[in-house]
Design a protein around this ligand. Structure first.
Ligand SMILES: Cc1cc2nc3c(=O)[nH]c(=O)nc-3n(C[C@H](O)[C@H](O)[C@H](O)COP(=O)(O)OP(=O)(O)OC[C@H]3O[C@@H](n4cnc5c(N)ncnc54)[C@H](O)[C@@H]3O)c2cc1C
Length: 585
């Protein structure tokens, strides 16, 4: 088997992976592996913006930003990590600007900032303009800029290489097994440091804003290697997906003045969040939409959605600030937002949970934060945790940039310190993968991937979405156990080597059933309502028992072992504002 060596392997070419690579390039030999062309990473779909207390529109402070983030997280975020992120945010934006990101600007030339959900001034007083943006193509411009910067710094790219497993030696990570899509060839990448930046996992739900590639491979591979996942029960549903499609309409639409209306034309968020209304955090708005629908106040003949009304905005403003979503509404629903409201419904959007790391991206192997030498994670695949039980809009792009850079710096320090010879490569994982592939292809009968995947998406959508219950969740756990067996037994009919997407989807499906089980088990165990996790049978937050992170390990037999981990409340010890209290908006 072909073996390639680089000092550092970055898996994933979204903003988190590229920001780490830019930091390492020039100091150590770094390669980025991505199953997609880098510019097709989901980061490129980010629309609305990136938050930072720059104070360009009005007075702002990183402390207010940290307060909003912690309150938005329903107090589950680790407070020191939030402080690190919010303090670093203004610097990170200026750095992006200097790297070449063409931000939208105010007339005086400074970077423009807009309103976004949950961002407020003076500890919750009123909405604040904190989110920097480039029209509604923020992710696109950031991704292109960082890709160009990576090329300039001679980062090696392996585009369309799918990573299938980690290589480990003496408890440390020292490489990955990958398959080249074009040739079907398995390859070993030997390295002294590996960072996972493989993004989110929304594809396990039927209605989602996520790209096809968001199958949570990094999470599945971590589980397979005995590495835990943290806070998996917290899955964010964005309030405004296009009706029946799930394609995202950015929160910036409400930031720029759009309002949500029920079937009776009422601006219902005034009842649920009197102070910040349509700009309440996403968990609250999504629940409010379902509440309206369940009370019979939905829109349309089926009364099964609500309306996003942008008709109050001038045509020029929509075209200048929200060109993408204007065209999405026209293309997919035939609605011109200047003339009629857009039918919307909540859509699975973002994973708050992931591979647990410290503020330098180092992966933690247990409740005590034991390190796994040679292994880092950053971006949506990681759980630092800065988003806790619910992420605020525009805080994810910030997380990618801040913690991607910090992981890069930490890897540089690590490589400067440890001995130069990498640990010998263990080829056992590659052999396991090869056997797996032969097994899939060798089957003469069996279900296809798409049948099992569709069933999984239905279970997750019906039982593990915005509202959850003991019965629904325990049914889901059982059903996913059956799906795990079915996913093992799928048949891959395509025998070719080149671009065998059927084979790769079979492997992705295995990751999907495993992390979905972690989501369902953590949701079943957590008998309270917090952030995006809402239980019909336990409608209140229970800090006495559940002001705790969840950690999940995958057992040999496919079962999930669940434990709790302490939340860092360090800011609360010195400032009353950061002490957990009831969330009101
Ligand atoms: C439609 C949409 C709009 C959004 N808008 C905003 C916004 O305005 N503001 C905000 O803050 N957040 C937004 N978000 C969230 C944010 O964009 C994501 O959380 C973020 O882009 C994730 O970045 P990432 O670098 O972690 O991963 P991604 O950008 O998802 O990239 C993942 C990378 O990993 C690679 N990869 C995955 N698996 C493998 C494998 N097995 N082998 C090799 N490579 C692999 C992929 O090829 C890809 O390069 C939005 C999300 C969506 C879906």
């Amino acid at each position: 088997m072909q073996v390639v060596y680089h000092d550092v392997i970055v898996v994933g070419a979204g903003l988190a992976g590229l920001r780490a690579a830019v930091e390492i390039a020039g100091k150590h030999d770094v390669a980025v592996l991505s199953k997609l062309h880098p510019l097709r990473s989901h980061s490129g779909a980010a629309q609305g913006g990136i938050s930072a207390a720059l104070g360009n529109a009005e007075k702002d402070s990183p402390e207010w930003h940290a307060y909003d983030t912690i309150k938005g997280s329903d107090y589950l975020a680790d407070q020191y990590a939030v402080q690190v992120m919010c303090n670093d945010a203004p610097r990170a934006i200026i750095e992006l600007e200097h790297l070449g990101v063409p931000f939208s600007r105010f007339d005086d030339g400074r970077i423009a900032q807009r309103l976004f959900g949950g961002h407020t001034k003076n500890f919750g007083e009123a909405p604040i303009r904190r989110t920097c943006y480039a029209a509604d193509r923020t992710g696109h411009v950031c991704l292109n800029t960082l890709y160009e910067q990576s090329l300039k710094r001679r980062v090696s790219f392996y585009a369309e290489y799918q990573v299938l497993d980690l290589c480990m030696a003496e408890g440390a990570v020292n490489g990955v097994v990958a398959l080249e899509l074009k040739t079907g060839q398995l390859m070993l990448f030997h390295a002294r440091a590996v960072i996972f930046a493989t993004g989110g996992y929304g594809k396990a739900w039927k209605t989602t804003s996520n790209a096809f590639a968001n199958t949570g491979d990094g999470l599945g591979i971590a589980l397979n290697n005995g590495i835990p996942l943290q806070d998996m029960e917290f899955v964010q549903f964005h309030p405004t997906g296009l009706y029946q499609l799930g394609i995202l309409i950015t929160e910036a639409a409400r930031g720029e003045g759009g309002v949500l209306r029920n079937g009776q034309g009422e601006r219902f968020m005034e009842r649920y969040a009197p102070s910040i209304k349509d700009l309440a955090p996403r968990d609250i708005v999504s629940r409010s939409i379902y509440e309206e629908i369940s009370q019979g106040r939905g829109a349309g003949p089926m009364k099964d959605h609500v309306l996003l009304d942008l008709t109050g905005l001038s045509k020029g403003k929509t075209t200048e600030k929200l060109p993408e979503i204007e065209s999405f509404a026209k293309i997919y629903l035939g609605v011109d937002p200047a003339e009629a409201p857009i039918p919307v419904q909540p859509t699975c959007h973002y994973a708050m949970g992931g591979i647990p790391t410290d503020v330098n991206g180092r992966v933690s192997a247990d409740v005590n934060g034991r390190e796994i030498p040679g292994f880092w994670a950053a971006g949506e695949v990681a759980c630092v945790s800065v988003h806790g039980a619910n992420r605020l809009g525009s805080n994810s792009l910030l997380d990618l940039i801040v913690f991607g850079r910090r992981a890069g710096k930490d890897i540089n320090r690590f490589l400067d310190r440890v001995c130069l010879t990498p640990l010998p490569l263990d080829t056992a994982s590659a052999n396991r993968i090869r056997e797996r592939i032969e097994e899939f292809k060798g089957k003469k009968s069996g279900e296809t991937v798409s049948v099992v995947r569709t069933d999984l998406q239905k279970v997750m959508m019906d039982r593990v979405s915005v509202f959850r219950s003991e019965q629904g969740l325990s049914d889901a756990v059982e059903e996913i156990a059956a799906l795990q067996k079915r996913a093992e037994a799928v048949r891959v009919a395509d025998q070719s080597r080149n671009f065998n997407t059927e084979l790769l989807e079979a492997i992705e499906l295995q990751h999907m059933v495993n992390y979905s089980k972690a989501v369902a088990v953590s949701a079943l165990k957590r008998r309270e309502a917090r952030g995006a996790h809402s239980r019909d049978d336990y409608p209140l937050r229970d800090d006495a028992n559940w002001l705790k992170h969840s950690l999940c390990f995958l057992e040999e037999d496919g079962a999930i072992n669940h434990t709790k981990k302490a939340v860092d409340l360090s800011l609360a010890s010195s400032r009353a504002e950061f002490v957990p209290k009831e969330r009101k908006y």
